[in-house]
Design a protein around this ligand. Structure first.
Ligand code: DHB
Length: 474
């Protein structure tokens, strides 16, 4: 929830701070995925998930047209970072999404922080990713979330000795740690912890070591897309026949690959946050729609991460809609406030309304609107720096007191002689001067007292939380 607030705040700030040349009504979502290379199946599933959401919900939300810009980083972190910079700099992307592997999400974190652009991690799953930028929000999952329940299940189901085999990088190390610690806490023992290279893994020699250790089960984590090769080698090495049970996180029994894995998957037990077989009407409808839109391809957890990522963007846009127009209305609300002083000074001096007075009102509107914008823009900056709404407004009033007073005093003092002159030609300039002087005498009080109350009551901008959570947010 807190991260959703940050997300909304960042999105609002970006929508308000739009450069003049970009189209105000387009929200470009820069989706960076491995569309080619070892992790290509993740890219294919993620893209299809995001597109299905747009197909089902339309490409317009809260008056903004959503444009999905998919870029292929081939799974290389330096490419991901460059693409993120280009998407923000050249394509004016308001949101970045995707990231098929942990290092790719991490490479983008400083870019998102620097540009204050939300980064939705819809695939990568090392627990600490969300700590790397307050602009990161995750719609995928974490490995501790999947590994600890597996350990509890194993300990309760007669498994006493396990060997772990994990891909040797962030999520694999998370899986190994959370499985081992939970399993040992529940009375089990981990005979050996094996780490396999992420790139082009050959599982055969590692599986031979597992066989030699003769555990009750082997716990495995490999990233999405590698499960079929692992399972094939598991069977080829005869581990299935040797009584070693295969357990792991659901990445190895990836729904996308189950058909390729075939009978080798029989007897394997995995834990995960999503299964295409989940028996709920919502999931059945999702799977049917996904398969229909993608020539029968079965969705896996990556597709769901991207589908949910798009849902997050749509909901955030719904929540922040109207911010810009609301601000414009609030800034304009100072105009009638300034009007009061002008009318009062005409009334008290018994001066009839004239062309000169009308020009005075026009000048008054301009100065008052400028002061209103000063207040609103500083208020948004203070919100972005992490202050609560009330504190942001107090700070705004404190720091903007001087500029608001200066503009009013300059206009007032400059026209004071004309307002009280009685020489030849003074009838022409006096109404104008009276309106501006009267308006400017009253305006600062209204702008600094009434406008802040209106902003706090009606401005829908999301505030950033004062303190961001360091743990647990996904
Ligand atoms: C990650 C990648 C995967 O394909 C997966 O299934 C889990 C985690 C990752 O790199 O974070």
């Amino acid at each position: 929830m807190v991260r959703f607030s940050v997300f909304c705040a960042a999105l609002t700030a970006l929508l308000l701070a739009e450069p003049a040349h970009a189209d105000d009504n387009i929200v470009t979502v820069g989706m960076i995925l491995p569309m080619t290379g070892q992790q290509a199946s993740t890219g294919k599933q993620e893209r299809a998930g995001a597109e299905l959401y747009m197909q089902q919900h339309g490409d317009t939300v809260a008056g903004k047209k959503i444009v999905l810009e998919v870029k292929d980083d081939t799974g290389a972190a330096d490419v991901t970072k460059r693409l993120a910079e280009e998407l923000i700099g050249n394509d004016h992307a308001k949101v970045l999404m995707g990231f098929g592997l942990t290092p790719l999400a991490l490479a983008t974190a400083p870019v998102a922080t620097e540009a204050k652009v939300p980064e939705i991690v819809s695939a990568a799953a090392t627990a600490m990713i969300t700590e790397k930028s307050p602009y990161i929000v995750r719609t995928s999952f974490t490995l501790p979330q999947a590994s600890a329940p597996m350990a509890e299940w194993a300990a309760k189901n007669g498994i006493k000795k396990v060997v772990t085999v994990v891909a040797d990088y962030g999520p694999g190390i998370d899986a190994e740690k959370w499985f081992s610690e939970t399993f040992e806490k529940n009375g089990g023992s981990v005979a050996e912890k094996i780490r396999v290279p992420l790139k082009n893994p050959d599982f055969a020699p590692f599986l031979q070591r597992v066989k030699d250790d003769a555990p009750d089960a082997v716990f495995v984590f490999v990233p999405s897309g590698q499960g079929a090769i692992f399972m094939k080698e598991f069977v080829e090495r005869g581990l299935d026949k040797s009584g070693i049970k295969l357990i792991g996180t659901g990445d190895v029994t990836d729904d996308d690959l189950l058909a390729d894995i075939g009978d080798a998957a029989l007897g394997a037990v995995t834990t995960h946050h999503y299964s295409a077989a989940h028996d709920s009407p919502e999931n059945k409808a999702f799977v049917a729609a996904f398969e229909k839109a993608n020539n029968g391809m079965r969705p896996n957890f990556m597709a769901v991460g991207a589908y949910d990522g798009m849902a997050l963007i749509y909901q955030a846009l719904e929540k922040t809609k109207g911010d810009a127009s609301g601000d414009a209305l609030l800034a304009a609300s100072v105009i009638p406030m300034a009007l009061l002083g002008g009318i009062f000074s005409l009334w008290i001096t018994r001066t009839p309304f004239s062309v000169s007075a009308a020009i005075g009102f026009v000048a008054l509107f301009g100065i008052a609107a400028m002061d209103g914008i000063l207040i609103l823009s500083y208020y948004h900056l203070s919100l972005e720096s992490g202050l609560s709404r009330v504190n942001a407004m107090l700070q705004t009033c404190r720091t903007q007191l001087r500029p608001v007073m200066m503009t009013c005093i300059v206009a007032c003092v400059g026209l004071l002689p004309a307002a009280f002159s009685s020489g030849i030609g003074s009838q022409v300039q006096r109404p104008l001067a009276l309106v501006v002087v009267g308006g400017m005498l009253l305006a600062p009080a209204l702008i600094l007292l009434v406008l802040p109350v209106l902003v706090l009551k009606f401005c829908r901008a999301q505030e950033l939380p004062e303190e961001l959570p360091r743990e647990g947010a996904t």
